[in-house]
Design a protein around this ligand. Structure first.
Ligand SMILES: CC(C)(COP(=O)(O)OP(=O)(O)OC[C@H]1O[C@@H](n2cnc3c(N)ncnc32)[C@H](O)[C@@H]1OP(=O)(O)O)[C@@H](O)C(=O)NCCC(=O)NCCSC(=O)C[C@H](O)C(=O)O
Ligand SMILES: [Mg+2]
Length: 296
């Protein structure tokens, strides 16, 4: 049986450059579920060291309320990777996001260093899925989560890097990317990971963004990574269960709870065939809705 505490909503996952003091402050007022304080691509090389200091200070100082805090570090093979990781471990965020993951060994190497730093178990590792090799190795990368010492908890799609590395185009409907998105959804679910969708760069295009959020929800994403505060509300709406869905789920659960249905695997509810798996899905949906409501 699930309970609301089993679900952490990750509908809106907002990136901000670690070098942008105003954004780090403003994020405390935004209704995002998760904040990614970025040290990687949003920060210019000259600003890497000061951004690292600012991000560590922000995480340690807190004030972000219910918002989950994630630090995205630079890759291990860059001049900043080692210092970023050490600083992130010391800051104790909810998660450290590793860019350009290509193999399970990439996760394991970082995990070894996080464990050596005696980070509490609550510090998870998230993996950016954004290289061609990661698409080919998605199952093996996700399977690393079978070992709790890897701390692996979530995939984050990096569609900009995927477009760069594969030369596939980012089009409305994302047909060229869909096989990779679905592969990563399947890999994540097979090993109990959450997964959040890639960013939508054209942040002033409200209808295009809404369509891509809907698409992400329909293919099974838990939420979407965002680049601008104006994307938070629409993402929260797109990835929240609707009242209609929650009420339907409650009706299915109630029918299966009736004594006369106790020994049945499939029943009719309001003219539709439902199975016990639909009651299981309904319980998850209700728990997610309750976790969202509890947040308010
Ligand atoms: C895109 C931006 C550079 C636009 O910034 P700006 O011109 O300042 O926008 P606005 O004037 O409209 O901003 C209005 C107010 O909102 C604050 N703001 C803006 N963006 C953020 C944010 N991300 N988080 C928090 N607050 C934000 C401004 O400070 C203004 O505040 P106020 O002073 O109160 O009016 C900018 O939005 C931006 O930098 N976005 C994030 C870019 C980023 O992080 N990119 C890297 C991650 S994406 C990526 O790497 C994906 C992946 O790896 C892949 O490969 O796909
Ligand atoms: Mg990227």
């Amino acid at each position: 049986m699930t309970s609301p505490t089993d679900f952490r909503p990750r509908r809106s996952v907002l990136y901000m450059p670690g070098s942008n003091a105003r954004a780090l402050e403003k994020a405390k007022t935004l209704d995002a579920d998760t904040l990614i304080l970025d040290l990687e691509d949003a920060v210019a090389p000259d600003a890497k060291d000061s951004a690292r200091e600012a991000v560590v200070a922000a995480v340690k100082a807190g004030g972000y309320g219910h918002r989950e805090l994630v630090i995205r570090i630079n890759a291990a093979d860059t001049p900043w990777g080692a210092a970023d990781l050490e600083a992130a471990v010391a800051a104790r965020p909810d998660a450290i996001l590793i860019p350009k993951v290509s193999t399970a060994a990439d996760i394991e190497r970082i995990a070894d260093r996080v464990n050596a730093g005696h980070a509490p178990a609550k510090v998870k590792l998230w993996a950016m899925m954004e290289t061609p090799l990661a698409m080919l190795n998605a199952r093996d990368i996700a399977a690393a989560a079978r070992n709790p010492e890897t701390r692996l908890a979530c995939f984050v799609m990096g569609t900009n890097d995927l477009a760069k590395e594969t030369r596939a185009r980012i089009l409305p409907g994302r047909a060229p990317m869909m096989p990779w998105l679905m592969t990563c959804v399947a890999a994540a679910r097979a090993y109990g990971l959450d997964i959040v969708d890639g960013v939508y760069n054209d942040f002033n295009n409200e209808s295009g963004f809404a369509a891509e959020c809907l698409e992400g929800a329909e293919i099974g994403m838990d939420g979407k990574t965002l680049i601008h505060p104006k994307q938070v509300g629409p993402a929260n709406a797109a990835f929240s269960p609707s009242d209609e869905e929650v009420n339907w789920a409650r009706r299915i659960i109630a029918e299966f709870d009736k004594p006369e249905n106790a020994r049945k695997g499939a029943i009719q509810v309001e003219g539709k065939m439902v199975e016990r798996l639909h009651a299981d899905m309904g319980r998850r949906l209700v728990a997610l809705a309750e976790a969202i409501a509890a947040r308010k």
